[in-house]
Write a new protein. Sequence first.
Length: 106
Amino acid sequence: MKKWADSFAHSFCVIAVQAGEIIGFGDIKPDGYLDRLYVHKNHQREGVASALCDTLEQSVRAYCITTHASITAKPFFEKRGYRMIREQQVERQGILLTNFVMEKRR
């Protein structure tokens, strides 16, 4: 948890709240690295991720916004104008996961 807290401390964070409950969040670093974007499964396909991403992208002056998108998030970012730079494997707790380095130039 300390690693996440430290990371959030150096980012611009946005939280989506509905009826007093957190339904999503995201954060972006000043250099344009969109680190996390999450929407609760009961609120997907309601425009929450798009609203969060709009706010995050507009909060930085970086010419290029980058992210490491999961397989399921890749189409979302492609629709927003991001392009894939490369596919990569990352290890999390001994498990290899595929994700995609993506960028959006403005």
